[in-house]
Structure formats: structure tokens, C-alpha cells
Ligand binder design. Structure first.
Ligand code: AQP
Length: 327
């Protein structure tokens, strides 16, 4: 069986972008792959975060991964920092990557804007290497991610190939799996930027566990445009295109088909709100049920860390030996 790996930061509340860009694929892939899904708490440290908040969000993240439909009987669900090989392999890969490669990462460049690169933390600069280690430790063939992670996946592939060329065939070279529609869900108020956990946008972000009233309110207030023409043209009409893509995903159609079906923005928004409420209903219900049994989440994480460690430790030991470290 081929392996799938992916991760999510516990840097805030999961949102519609995470669900559509990533989690839906994770759930589908657990049927056909040996699956490893990780709450990447070390990544969340790259930005200022309150320790108690991080602990709480890490636990909630694990619970919500169960709520989206991951089955701990078939998927390994774990917390990154509980498997010590992640930072250990990162060091070996940092001694493989170059400054030039990391400087080209658009996310690093974007985060440097405004505060100047001198003020950006080393963790933000180096985090794509930690992400490469996350993936390569599990010899993952497939990595389901949203569009924003494409470039980081390319780096992971490049580092795996370079390491393999230098030291022998140690790592599987992973492939990114990016959904055709919904790979970049945009903020409903600022359709020029992606929906994101760590960016404050109370009306622009639909949280995965928002109640139906909140979803309806946010969709109703979503920014569109004033010409009233129903067309799927993301460059020209980013706000409308985002809504069309969301309804397409929620109803299993193509965005163009959805556009042909409507003449008025109001009707589109009404149906979109309804479709999102229905799509997220089972997730909300499962999250509520799991809230009543926190012991179950703890047990899943304990077993997940053990299983992840049993795989990661073998990969790391082989890599460490290959570079000449004493075992
Ligand atoms: N807007 C999005 N549309 C589609 N997919 C998305 N993903 C994130 N945002 C969107 C995908 O979700 C997975 C987890 O990514 P993450 O934990 O980095 O999510 P985030 O919401 O982007 O979190 P942050 O803390 O706000 O991160 P930054 O600082 O990077 O913006 C990934 O597969 C991602 O592609």
C-alpha cells in the first residue's frame, strides 16, 4: 500500500479552506493508502503564540481531525513534537538545503514584507525544511495539500533527490496532490488573499465549526462586484469566482456549470450558505460528540505517536547512518 502524509498547524481554528483544500482529500485517501496525519505544533511556533493557547489548539486540532471523518483505526493521527525524529531529520536536511532555495519561498518573502527580512524569525525561513522532514520520515508517496503548499512540496522533492543522489536511495520522492477546484479558498472579505487561520478576518473566514447562522451571515456579506454578471473568471471577478468554486465543491459540480445555473448573486449566496451548512453539519455534530469524551482524543494521540515513532525512527536511523553519524 502506498503512503499518504499531511499536516496542519494548530495556529487557530480550522476553516473552510483547510477543509476543502486538505481534509476532504485526507479522508478519501485513508481508504486507499496507509495514512499519516499530523498536527504540526512545531510549525506553529514560527509565529508568536501563547503557550496555553498552543496547547489548547493542539488538542482541539486533534479532536477536529477526528470530527472531519478520519478514522484512527486506519489512519495514524499524531502530534509532531511527540515524535522526536522530526527535528532530528530536519537538521540533516538543513545541511542539504541552501540559503538561496529557502530565500525563494514565496511564503517567506510574503512574511518578510512590511517588517523586513531582518525581523523574520529563523523558524519562518527554515520551516519548509521541517516540512520536508515531516514528509520524508514516513516515506510518503502522496501529500494532499492546498495550492499554497506546492512550492514547499517541490522543495521536499528536491531535498529527497539530492540526499538520495549523495547517500543512496533513502527517501521516497513525494508527489503533491492538489485538488482541481478549491485548492485556494479565498477570504470572503478580501478575495485577493487566501482564507487563513492566523490572519484576523472575522467576516472573511468561515470556521469549520461555525454554526449555520454564522455561515449564512458571512456568505451573505461576502464581497462580490457591482456589474452583476454571472461569470467564472477568477482574475477578473475573484470574489464571485470564490463563491462559485465553493458551491461547485459543495455540490460536486464545475464552477462554470454553477455560474450557468444562476443569474442573481443573491440566489447564489442563498444556495451556497445552505450547501455549506449541509456539508459541514456532520463535522459539527461529530466535534460536539467528541467534546464529551476528551479521553478518547488523548488515547488516539498516544497510540498515533507510538505508531508514527516506529516508522520515523527507522527512516531517521538509516539517514543518520548514511551521513556518517554513529548509531
Ligand atoms: N485558503 C485555503 N484554501 C485551500 N487550502 C488551504 N489550506 C490552508 N489554507 C487554505 C491547506 O490546509 C492545510 C493546512 O494548512 P495550514 O495549517 O498551514 O493552514 P493555514 O490556515 O494557512 O494556517 P496559518 O497558520 O494561517 O498558516 P499560514 O501562516 O501559512 O497562512 C494545508 O494543506 C494547506 O495547503
Amino acid at each position: 500500500m502506498q503512503r499518504v502524509f499531511s499536516g496542519v498547524q494548530p495556529s487557530g481554528d480550522f476553516h473552510l479552506g483547510n477543509y476543502i483544500g486538505a481534509f476532504r482529500q485526507w479522508v478519501a485517501d485513508q481508504e486507499s493508502h496507509e495514512a499519516f496525519y499530523c498536527v504540526v505544533d512545531l510549525h506553529a511556533l514560527t509565529e508568536e503564540i501563547d503557550p496555553a493557547y498552543l496547547r489548547q489548539k493542539t488538542f482541539e486540532a486533534a479532536r477536529n481531525l477526528l470530527a472531519v471523518g478520519l478514522d484512527p483505526e486506519v489512519s495514524t493521527i499524531f502530534v509532531q513534537s511527540q515524535v522526536p525524529e522530526h527535528p532530528r531529520l530536519t537538521w540533516l536536511l538543513e545541511c542539504t538545503a541552501t540559503m538561496g532555495e529557502l530565500r525563494r519561498m514565496t511564503q517567506f518573502k510574503a512574511k518578510g514584507e512590511g517588517r523586513g527580512q531582518e525581523g523574520v524569525r529563523v523558524g519562518v525561513f527554515a520551516y519548509p525544511v521541517l516540512m520536508a522532514a515531516d514528509i520524508l520520515l514516513y516515506q510518503a508517496n502522496r501529500v494532499p495539500v492546498g495550492d499554497d503548499q506546492r512550492q514547499h512540496l517541490e522543495l521536499a522533492r528536491e531535498l529527497a533527490q539530492r540526499f538520495n543522489n549523495r547517500y543512496g536511495e533513502l527517501f521516497v520522492v513525494p508527489e503533491a496532490a492538489v485538488p482541481a477546484v478549491g485548492a485556494r479558498v479565498m477570504d470572503l472579505q478580501h478575495p485577493g488573499r487566501k482564507m487563513s487561520k492566523s490572519v484576523e478576518s472575522p467576516l472573511g473566514t468561515i470556521a469549520m465549526l461555525d454554526d449555520p447562522g454564522e455561515i449564512e451571515r458571512k456568505v451573505k456579506k461576502a464581497v462580490t462586484d457591482t456589474d452583476g454578471e454571472m461569470r467564472y473568471t477568477p482574475e477578473e471577478k475573484p470574489g464571485l469566482a470564490n463563491l462559485l468554486a465553493l458551491l461547485a465543491v459543495a455540490t460536486g459540480r464545475k464552477p462554470d456549470e454553477v455560474a450557468n445555473h444562476y443569474t442573481r448573486y443573491g440566489d447564489l449566496k442563498r444556495d451556497l450558505a445552505e450547501a455549506l451548512v449541509e456539508m459541514l453539519r456532520p463535522v459539527r455534530e461529530r466535534a460536539a460528540a467528541l467534546g464529551a469524551e476528551p479521553g478518547r482524543v488523548e488515547e488516539v494521540l498516544r497510540a498515533g505517536a507510538e505508531r508514527a515513532h516506529s516508522i520515523a525512527s527507522v527512516t531517521y536511523a538509516r539517514a543518520a547512518e548514511a551521513v556518517g553519524l554513529l548509531g
